[in-house]
Design a protein around this ligand. Structure first.
Ligand code: ACO
Length: 347
């Protein structure tokens, strides 16, 4: 569970709480502001105490307080500027409660509060040691608010970096885990529309395992194999089509260089250059043996035959041209075969 989620659980159980106050001169609020000033004084040692006191008790500033078991553990002092932005003047969590998620909860409560008063932007001079924390709360060093909207309103601070956070009116910052859960659910619903990976089929029980003969006897396999098992075409259908193409190629006027194996006694270095020779006699033999279970292997053999020819012979030779012409015709014929096979599969 993330620190934010733990802190949310604590909040739900009433162990932690938050409220926004201002200096309205009531004893109760003055007491809280005094306590908050002490936390800021300890946690921001470089900041002059008088300056902290002045801003915390300034009536234009407001402070968000964070409590754990009714004890103040930290807070944020901020000042809204109309509906344009809120400046975060100070922010701190008491030493022994830091890095437990309270800083994040405080910031989320401040976003929620500012949403309620129509403000959707923070500016702050972040202490350089706290830049990492601010980045995790959605702050960036890029300021999108035009300078004239904030220059002169917020006080420059030497030891810090000006950062901005723009937040959204519709996001429930107090329920980020719930929001992420909903987004996950929405993504999974979308995935379900195009995938069936969420469907779990019944497995095989142990009693039947020993008797298992065919893979189709496993229940999940039986139910789904029509989707994933490639349809095989029977050799009685496939081979006549391949033979037809073979005969067309055999009687092609440019088939003569391919009809027999190259004679190594005439073409001395042929078998040094061509390591996987093939010719139409080999292909014919393979057709007779029923070697071709798919048309892809048949096509691969022809392709190798043409490639070998183009590797050994230069493009301006007659052999090379024969390979080009033969291949063009072969592709034409195989397109017809592929269409015929597709039609067969549909039946
Ligand atoms: N630098 C980098 N990352 C930090 C820092 C830091 N100083 N402090 C907390 N983080 C990270 C945490 O590791 C956590 O990361 P995770 O979500 O990946 O695990 C994330 O920020 C949120 O941490 P929280 O536990 O919610 O933060 P915490 O309760 O400690 O509050 C705060 C952060 C307010 C900065 C606190 O550490 C603190 O009081 N520090 C000393 C005072 C200070 O530096 N205040 C800010 C000065 S700038 C100003 O006031 C405008």
């Amino acid at each position: 569970m993330s620190r934010d989620a733990i802190a949310k659980t604590e909040e739900d159980k009433g162990r932690i709480g938050f409220k926004v106050i201002r200096n309205d001169h009531t004893i109760e609020n003055l007491k809280y502001l005094l306590e908050l000033r002490t936390i800021f004084g300890c946690q921001l040692p470089k900041m002059p105490k008088e300056y902290i006191t002045r801003l915390v008790f300034d009536t234009k500033h407001r402070s968000l307080l964070g409590f754990k078991n009714k004890m103040l553990v930290g807070g944020i002092t901020f000042r809204p500027f109309g509906n344009v932005f809120a400046e975060i003047a100070f922010l701190a969590i008491t030493g022994n409660e830091q890095v437990k998620g309270y800083g994040t909860r405080l910031m989320n409560h401040l976003k929620q509060y500012c949403q309620s008063i129509g403000i959707f932007r923070f500016l702050t001079y972040a202490d350089n040691y706290a830049i990492g924390y601010f980045k995790k709360q959605g702050f960036t060093k890029t300021i999108t608010l035009p300078e004239h909207e904030y220059k002169g309103y917020i006080k420059d601070y030497d030891g810090g970096t000006l950062m901005e956070c723009v937040f959204r009116p519709k996001i429930d910052y107090l329920n980020i885990p719930g929001l992420i859960k909903k987004q996950r659910a929405a993504i999974f619903d979308k995935i379900k529309e195009i995938s069936n990976s969420h469907i779990v089929h019944k497995g095989l029980d142990n009693a039947k395992r020993a008797k298992l003969k065919r893979i189709e006897d496993i229940p999940g396999i039986k139910d789904t194999m029509h989707k994933w098992k490639p349809k095989t075409i029977s050799p009685d259908v496939l081979l006549p089509k391949l033979r037809r193409v073979y005969n067309i190629m055999k009687h092609h006027p440019d088939s003569w260089p391919f009809l027999e194996p190259v004679d190594g006694t005439q073409v001395i270095d042929y078998y040094e250059v061509i390591k996987e020779p093939i010719d139409m006699q080999v292909i014919e033999q393979r057709l007779k043996n029923g070697f071709y279970r798919t048309h892809h292997i048949f096509m691969a053999d022809f392709r190798r035959m043409f490639d070998n020819c183009r590797i050994y012979n230069k493009p301006d030779t007659e052999y090379y041209k024969c390979a080009e012409n033969m291949e063009a015709r072969f592709k034409e014929e195989m397109l017809k075969v592929e269409q015929e096979l597709k039609d067969e599969m549909k039946l």
